[in-house]
Design a protein around this ligand. Structure first.
Ligand code: ZN
Length: 419
């Protein structure tokens, strides 16, 4: 396999940042830092650019099987590569739900052929129906890297059992915290809903689920809370961590880059679950990213066709795409506004998701680690285009001016995308 030498970049991972070169060979990082020369290697000049371990997105909906008109495993992986994301964890709310070793094995070849590392989560309950646990050990043996009923909350009555079984199987359990009895027919934040004359989603839909699921974890074992969006939720997470409870949390770019005030018309490209919250919630999410309360930024990339989204807030489906705007949103809203340092961003996007998912050779720029690299250009300034590599275009950020676009994405030592 050819060598790739990335020269003169600012190398940033969770351990720190330093100027230097990076040599990749045989799918691994061979040397990191200092001046490196390698005769015959392909050279990429990263002067003025930031070189990160490839981003690991722990929350992606690839829509295959069942909704291939919106996205496929291959198109999601291509969108990821375009965004500097070298590993994606797929959610199991496909049709049928990814709840058996047979289904995992059926879709493994497509994942292996995709232009990036594609790993699966499996449903924690049969059919994601919330009544019976799946066979966690068998799912792990078939390749599952996590368990979740994402799209639906884990059933509270079963939660202690699910937490204990997941810990015994050595798999992370990911929870979509929502109380559907509170959400009801709500479509967005109550203030925006009032403007649209539609039913709202009260904050306690998430808050209540975060509280009770965190309490369950305090007694039973590790639990990862997905897509936290509320000041109240990150405060629960902060206190749980202070108490030493084994709870981790993620948020998504739309929760730190947008608020419900951005919903100015009936545009379902701003409709997702949980919904955009109040400005105070956005600020609390930023604070929790800065102080380490939140562990992970994931996209919750949720493609939907334009025809489906044409139903507006009333009838359109929940979810927005995010793989191709992740990096510039993090650079523009977090780094350039001095919310987080480059090493902290590398922890949020690479080291922490690698740890959560047990990807031992990923997440750092160290010799012996996988040669998955994301190079960003902090000076690259452009508006989010209306066209995406993703098969879907339901982004709330189209037209927004952002800095920090990917210049180069490397997966296993090979160039997967180049600006
Ligand atoms: Zn979810």
């Amino acid at each position: 396999m050819p060598e790739l030498l990335i020269k003169n970049g600012l190398l940033a991972d969770a351990d720190g940042e330093r100027r230097g070169d990076l040599l990749l060979k045989g799918g691994r990082i061979v040397r990191a830092g200092g001046r490196i020369s390698a005769r015959g290697a392909e050279v990429f000049d990263a002067a003025g650019l930031w070189v990160f371990p490839g981003f690991i997105d722990a929350h992606v909906h690839a829509r295959e099987p069942g909704f291939e008109q919106a996205e496929t495993i291959a198109s999601a992986a291509a969108a990821a590569a375009a965004g500097g994301v070298t590993s994606i964890l797929l959610m199991p709310n496909t049709s049928p739900a990814m709840d058996s070793p047979r289904l995992l094995r059926k879709y493994a070849p497509g994942a292996a052929a995709a232009p990036g590392n594609v790993v699966f989560s499996a449903a924690a309950t049969a059919g994601r129906a919330g009544s019976r646990a799946t066979d966690f050990a068998a799912l792990k043996k078939a390749g599952a890297k996590a368990l979740t009923d994402d799209g639906s909350a884990l059933p509270y009555g079963l939660l202690p059992e699910l937490i204990k079984k997941a810990a015994a199987a050595g798999l992370p359990l990911l929870d979509h915290p929502e109380d559907l009895s509170v959400t009801g027919r709500g479509v967005c934040h109550p203030d925006a809903a009032a403007r649209l004359r539609l039913p709202g989603i009260p904050d306690i839909s998430e808050w209540l689920a975060v509280l009770r699921d965190t309490l369950a974890a305090s007694a039973a074992g590790p639990l990862h809370l997905q897509h936290l969006s509320l000041a109240a939720s990150v405060e629960v997470l902060r206190q749980a961590k202070a108490a030493g409870w084994p709870v981790t949390g993620e948020t998504c770019p739309h929760y730190f880059a947008l608020s419900q005030a951005d919903i100015r018309r009936d545009d379902a490209d701003l409709k997702m679950k949980p919904p955009l919250r109040a400005e105070k919630d956005r600020r609390a999410v930023l604070a929790a990213l800065a102080d380490g309360t939140l562990d992970i930024i994931a996209t919750d990339h949720a493609p939907h066709s334009a025809a489906a989204k044409a139903g507006g807030f009333g009838r359109g489906p929940f979810g927005v795409i995010g793989l191709e705007t992740l990096a510039p949103l993090c650079v523009t809203e977090l780094v350039l506004k001095k919310v987080v340092s480059l090493p902290r961003l590398a922890a949020l996007l690479s080291a922490n998701p690698a740890r959560l998912l047990g990807l031992r050779r990923k997440g750092r720029l160290r010799p012996g680690f996988d040669a998955d690299i994301a190079v960003l250009n902090p000076r690259a300034w452009r508006r989010v285009p209306a066209q995406f590599v993703s098969k879907s275009a339901n982004s709330p950020f189209v037209g927004r001016a952002l800095r920090g676009w990917p210049a180069l994405t490397v997966v296993a030592g090979r160039i997967a995308a180049r600006a």
